[in-house]
Write a new protein. Structure first.
Lengths: 84, 239
């Protein structure tokens, strides 16, 4: 499966957050690298998004739709810096 | 003009649809309440089947600036869920659910900065770059702009009326126009080096195309001395 990048998260995550998620800088909990979410790698499978660190490939976040709900995990993100 | 607060699901009415290339359609939408958009942004289109099944896909916007008219160019993916409907079935007057404008990262704003802007597009990856060229032209921005455009054949050219006024290097991968000085073939690192602003000029690079194209070209740019922080990429998947 070919991957996309964090630009593809703008739609699905703008319904979750009040800021543009692609401009948020996230710190990877695995390798501690910090970058905007737009630069992350995104694997899409149906209505599920798996977001991986562009530096170490660890899973940063997952987003999944189903049954009229949306699940968001930020398990691999230790901090987010949001433009204000 | 395009903060996340303006982002919402809206109804877009198809005001015009026309054949852009043998596999792509140009779709002009009137979107009620659209707040305008920056060059390079995209929108999501959601189709809902009678049984409630939905499919959402992202499409780059080929227009920029204020106003409620949005230009798209959609390439048909043969096994796609959304693009065949948009290219083959949509008619003027149809209504589509659209979400946007989206994405503040792969964006160029008129700024007359001293560093030049290098655009690199593969196939339909040129669409957001078209918006940047239009914005650059319409605002009479003085920033030096160049586009490197990799496409299969001359008939696959998107928005030729925008490109004719721009500084464009074409790479034809399958068939070149008659009399073209070089045979058709994939972009190479040497052609890339000869066709873009040199690293010493510190260009900002916007690179959009299939995932393979973007990753190959981005790696070459870094090998040619470009600062990775100056390279902004957008992948649309595919091969």
């Amino acid at each position: 499966m070919s991957h996309l990048d964090g630009n593809a998260l703008a739609g699905v995550l703008s319904e979750v957050f009040t800021f543009d998620p692609t401009l948020a800088r996230a710190r990877c909990a695995n390798c501690y690298s910090v970058d905007v979410l737009a630069r992350a790698m995104v694997y899409v499978d149906g209505s599920a998004f798996v977001v991986r660190c562009a530096s170490c490939d660890a899973v940063l976040a997952t987003v999944m739709d189903g049954d009229g709900r949306r699940w968001v995990s930020l398990k691999g993100v230790s901090a987010i810096e949001i433009p204000r | 003009m395009s903060g996340p607060a303006d982002t919402a699901w809206r109804v877009g009415s198809v005001s015009r649809i026309s054949k852009e290339t043998p596999s792509a359609a140009r779709i002009v939408l009137d979107v009620d309440g659209w707040p305008g958009n920056d060059a390079g942004q995209h929108l999501d289109i959601r189709l809902t089947a009678p049984d409630g099944y939905t499919a959402t896909r992202s499409y780059s916007i080929a227009s920029a600036g204020p106003g409620m008219v949005v230009d798209l160019a959609v390439d048909k993916l043969p096994d796609g869920e959304v693009s065949p409907f948009l290219v083959d079935d949509v008619m003027a007057g149809d209504k589509l659910e659209v979400h946007g404008p989206l994405g503040g990262w792969f964006v160029w704003r008129p700024d007359a900065a001293s560093s030049p802007v290098q655009l690199i597009g593969g196939g339909s990856g040129v669409v957001p770059l078209i918006a940047m060229l239009r914005s650059h032209h319409d605002t009479a921005d003085a920033t030096p702009f160049r586009l490197l455009y990799s496409l299969r054949t001359p008939e696959d050219t998107f928005f030729p009326e925008v490109l004719k006024d721009a500084d464009v290097d074409y790479v034809y991968t399958r068939r070149a126009p008659d009399g073209w000085p070089t045979p058709a073939g994939r972009l190479t690192k040497d052609v890339l080096a000869a066709s873009v602003f040199a690293a010493a000029e510190k260009p900002r690079v916007f690179l959009c195309g299939s995932t393979g194209f973007v990753e190959t070209v981005a790696a070459w740019l870094v090998e040619l001395g470009h600062d990775p922080r100056m390279i902004r990429t957008e992948r649309f998947g595919g091969t």
